[in-house]
Design a protein around this ligand. Structure first.
Ligand SMILES: Nc1ncnc2c1ncn2[C@@H]1O[C@H](COP(=O)(O)OP(=O)(O)OP(=O)(O)O)[C@@H](O)[C@H]1O
Length: 442
C-alpha cells in the first residue's frame, strides 16, 4: 500500500497502540490525525478531510459508537473501522449494521489491518489536473499507470503513432519511486539495425572496426531507472533473442564483451504494431512477446477521446503562443468544431504540429479552421455551411458539453448542473455523441 499525502483519522486513547499505528502508516506515506478522546474527534472529524477513520470502541470520555453516530450526521462521513476488545463484539456487529465499514478485534496483525485500511481508502484520487488527458479512458489509464509504477514488471504500451506512448512511459517514470533515476528512450525504428545492438547494449573497445573505445549502451546507462524501447516490433530477430536473454537473466553482454553486465532497470516497451499478428507471421518471437506482455496498456487514439481535443488545443496554443510573436488571442469555436470532426490519423503529434503551424502563420485574432486545416479549408467551410440544422445543433451541443466537462474536470454530475440538465440526460447525450466509454460512474 502506498498512499502519498493521504490522511486518516485515529481515535485511540491507548498510547502504545496509537503510536504504533501512526508510525506504521507514516511508513506508507499516510498522515494520521490522532485524537485520544471522543469529543475532540467529533469536533474535528467534519473539518479534517479524512479518507478513513480508525476508532477504538472504548474511549475515556465517550464510546466509539457515539463518535460514529455523531460523525455520521455529516453528509460526507469517511468509512469507519473499529478496533474492539472481546467484550465489545456485539456492539461492533451492531455498528456494522448501522453502516460502519469493518472492525478488527484486538490483538490483530498490523499488516492485515493496513491492507484493510488501504482497501477502505481506495486508489489515490486522480489529481485535479490530468497529465495524460480528461477523457474517462485517459483518467483510468493514469490511475492504472500510477498503480503499475509501484511494481517492477515490464510494461507494454500499445497505441497508434503519435498517441502519447512515450508521454505515458514518462508519466510512469514520474510516478515511480525511482523518478530521480534515468529514463532512457530508444526508438528501435530510428536506429539502423546494424548499430542498434551496440547502441542498446554497448560495445567493448575493438569489438568492430571503428570501436576505438568502450561504449556503454542505453541498457547500462538506464541504471536502476527505465529503459524505454519504442517501436519494439521493429527489432531484428537476433536482437529479439538478446532482449529475451536480458529479461530472463537480467543481464546482457556488450558487443565484443565476455562478461555479463547486470541489468538493474525496468523495461518499458511500446509498439504501434499489432504484435500478436507479427508473432503469427513469424516476425516477432512468441516467447519475447509473452515476456514483455506482463502488464499491457493501450493508449486510445485521439478520435476515441474527443474530450481531450479542446484541452490539448488550448495547451498547444498556449505553448506555441508563448514561444512566438503572434496576433492570435485564442482559438475560434469554428476551429474547435473542425478539430472535433477530424479523425486525427497522426493523433496528438499531428494536433501539436497543426496548432504550431496555425500559431506561426495565423494572421487574425483567432485560430480559424483554415489555419489548422489549410489543405481542406475550402471543403470544410462549404461542408459546414451545407450541414443540416441538426448537424450544426449536434456539433454545438457536443462542443458545449465538452467545455462543461473540462470546466468540471470530467465530473458528469457537476457538468450536468452547469448545463442545467439532469445527470441521466447528460449521460444519455454523451453516449449519443460518442463522448463516453460506457461507464456511467465516470
Ligand atoms: N497527454 C499529452 N499532453 C501533451 N502532449 C502530449 C500528450 N501526449 C502526447 N503528447 C505530445 O504528442 C507528441 C507525440 O507523443 P509521443 O511521442 O509520446 O507519442 P508516441 O505514441 O510515443 O509516438 P510514436 O508512435 O511516434 O512513437 C509529442 O510531441 C508529445 O509531447
Amino acid at each position: 500500500m502506498s498512499h502519498s499525502e493521504r490522511v486518516i483519522g485515529l481515535v485511540e486513547d491507548d498510547q502504545i497502540m496509537g503510536e504504533s499505528i501512526v508510525q506504521r502508516l507514516a511508513l506508507e506515506g499516510v498522515t494520521v490525525k490522532w485524537w485520544q478522546c471522543g469529543r475532540d474527534a467529533i469536533r474535528e472529524i467534519p473539518v479534517s478531510k479524512l479518507e478513513a477513520i480508525v476508532c477504538d470502541i472504548r474511549l475515556p470520555d465517550l464510546n466509539g459508537e457515539d463518535v460514529f453516530r455523531e460523525s455520521a450526521r455529516s453528509s460526507n462521513v469517511p468509512p469507519f473501522l473499529f478496533i474492539t476488545g472481546h467484550g465489545d463484539i456485539d456492539q461492533a456487529v451492531r455498528l456494522m449494521r448501522a453502516g460502519a465499514a469493518d472492525y478488527f478485534m484486538k490483538p490483530f496483525e498490523l499488516d492485515d489491518f493496513l491492507i484493510r485500511i488501504g482497501e477502505l481508502m481506495g486508489p489515490p484520487p486522480a489529481s485535479g489536473t490530468p497529465v495524460l488527458g480528461f477523457a474517462p479512458k485517459m483518467k483510468e489509464l493514469e490511475r492504472l499507470l500510477t498503480r503499475v509504477a509501484k511494481l517492477n514488471s515490464t510494461v507494454l504500451i500499445a497505441g497508434e503513432t503519435g498517441s502519447g506512448k512515450e508521454v505515458a512511459a514518462r508519466f510512469l517514470h514520474a510516478m515511480s519511486a525511482s523518478d530521480s533515476r534515468p529514463f532512457m528512450a530508444v526508438n528501435c525504428a530510428a536506429i539502423p539495425g546494424d548499430l542498434l545492438e551496440s547502441e542498446l547494449l554497448g560495445h567493448e573497445k575493438g569489438a568492430f572496426t571503428g570501436a576505438s573505445q568502450r561504449h556503454l549502451g542505453y541498457a547500462e546507462r538506464a541504471g536502476e531507472g527505465i529503459l524505454f524501447l519504442d517501436e519494439i516490433g521493429e527489432l531484428r530477430s537476433e536482437l529479439q533473442a538478446k532482449l529475451l536473454r536480458l529479461i530472463e537473466d537480467r543481464s546482457f553482454y556488450r558487443v565484443g564483451g565476455e562478461r555479463p553486465i547486470p541489468f538493474n532497470g525496468r523495461l518499458v516497451v511500446a509498439t504501434n504494431a499489432d504484435l500478436p499478428k507479427l508473432v503469427e507471421a513469424g516476425r516477432f518471437r512468441e516467447d519475447l512477446y509473452y515476456r514483455i506482455n506482463v502488464v499491457s496498456v493501450r493508449i486510445p487514439p485521439l478520435r476515441e477521446r474527443q474530450q481531450d481535443i479542446p484541452w490539448l488545443m488550448e495547451r498547444f496554443f498556449a505553448e506555441s503562443a508563448g514561444r512566438m510573436e503572434t496576433s492570435l488571442k485564442g482559438i475560434s469555436s469554428l476551429a474547435e468544431e473542425a478539430a472535433l470532426s477530424y479523425a486525427w490519423p497522426g493523433n496528438i503529434r499531428e494536433l501539436r504540429n497543426r496548432m504550431e503551424r496555425a500559431v506561426a502563420l495565423g494572421l487574425g485574432q483567432w485560430v480559424m479552421p483554415g489555419d489548422m486545416f489549410p489543405e481542406q479549408s475550402e471543403g470544410m467551410a462549404s461542408a459546414m455551411q451545407m450541414g443540416s440544422l441538426e448537424d450544426v445543433r449536434q456539433s454545438a451541443e457536443k462542443r458545449h458539453i465538452i467545455r462543461a466537462l473540462l470546466a468540471t474536470h470530467g465530473e458528469v454530475g457537476a457538468a450536468s448542473k452547469l448545463l442545467g440538465i439532469g445527470r441521466t440526460t447528460l449521460w444519455e447525450k454523451m453516449r449519443r455523441l460518442g463522448l463516453n466509454d460506457g461507464d456511467p460512474d465516470l
